[in-house]
Design a binder for this molecule. Sequence first.
Ligand code: CTP
Length: 545
Amino acid sequence: MQHPVTPADPQLPIAEALQLAVSKKADLVGFERDQKRLVAHRDDLSKMNAMGLSSLPLECIAVPESSPLLHGERTRLNQSEDYSRRLTAYFPVYFVAALYELQSLMQRFSVKAFVIGGITRDLLLFKEKRLTVKDVDMTVEGDALAFAAFLTENSRNFTVEEQFPEFGTAKVRYKDSLMFDFASTRQEIYPHCGALPVVVNRGVPLVNDIIRRDFTVNALAFSIHELGHVLDYANGFQDIQTRHLRVLHPVSFFEDPSRILRAMKFCARFDFELGEETALLLENFLEYGGQCYKGGGERIKQELKGFLAAAESQCKSQWIRFFIEKECYRLLNMETAYRPGAETIERLSGVCAILPEIESALSNYVDKDFLFDVYLCFLCADMPEDEFQKTTQRLGLTRHEREFAEHFRRLKPHVVERFGTLHDFSSAAEIYDLFHGIPFVTLGACLVELGFSNPKHMRTVLEAFLKYKRKWEKLRLELDGNDLINLGIPKGKQIGKLLDQLLHAKLAGQVPDRLDEIQYVQNQLGFEAETQSAESSPTGEQPPC
Ligand code: CTP
């Protein structure tokens, strides 16, 4: 369907563009660029205006005239697929049992409910059985809290664990196996750019809940009342098939800039591309968002973590490069003047080529945040100090995360240089001294750094580190400082020195048990007494017995 477009300058402030649209009774205001017409819809201009973004230029939210984001195609049921016969082929039995029970309870309560978000997306994307399902996002066309209470009253298998009346949501446990997050379908507004959304309407038709979401592939609704039917209002099926990530409306990134990092997370995880208009809107936000958005905060950190912790792959490294080249790191602090140098860009995008080997070798020791922590080290490595401090504050890094990043900034050259001293015949004591006291993440990041210049030596160090972890990290002496004092060693620095010597002797297998340790200390005492008396003798000769 053709829409008349009112021509305007791309730099026309949104407030004026809106006035123009109203005065001309036009839906679309736009301009020509590179032989293409880019336009903004009056409703979207109005949304931007309501968020206080009236002085930003029209081009911020302009998309190609043909874009489905403009023509209400996001609010029409495109397709519905029936997976009812294949439920057990895709989901674990306990989940399917829970769905059937929900369906029968729902019929008695007469509401409609849908599984929405990640599970439905992954079902269509992978078409293979999910072995585990734990947390399930449910949207209820009606009162989610009342439905949660009804479930608990009418089935022993469902228990309300937590309720949040101010948000109209409830966490409901199913037996011991599943946690359902029930939320009412809702319409939301964002008071300003990056704010938490405010619910303006609850229990709205599903389609209105769909449009507020982030991407088409996350807006597929798996019906419970018609169990197994997946409803697609936003062309999510097609985007999954063609592996495209698309926002649902042009204002999406201005409402919630953390979606830019979500976009990268999903593209890196699923090897997706950004849809044409989504890429344009993303760049526009990065160009103009600094005028209305400071960056940082809990959601940005969470999504950055999700992105950087995505499994390592060739494709992830492309998205890391995109993240740097398009300056998406500014989402951490939109006021920053810092731009990473060419070397940092090379390093950050090269991490992917080295880290998987390290992660897999260390798989018994790494936790789920390891990848994020290592990338964070590289991201912060060359920041000027004040920039680093601001970034850590803006992101609300934990003390540990700050420490890893700080250690790497400070210790990288020193640690990597010391790695260079390791060789095939290094003793246990040398290996111990090399690794002891280096925080695990700093070590991981330093291994990556070494891998850039000398992958072969990186492997030697990695092997030595694994040996250290297996055999020596937890090695403890039988004796402690007090034992040494009781054995006659004077208090003071000497105690620490002797404990070190003793530990080295233990690493060399010379003092396997407590008696050997005591013997070692006594030998040292005798040796020192001899040395002292030799030193105190004026001739330097042994005193007569
Ligand atoms: N959502 C959104 N905007 C955000 C975050 C979430 O619209 N900034 C919506 C999306 O529809 C998303 C759903 O909330 O699918 C649930 O979000 P979340 O649990 O963060 O992610 P999932 O999509 O379930 O993905 P994952 O596999 O990473 O859990």
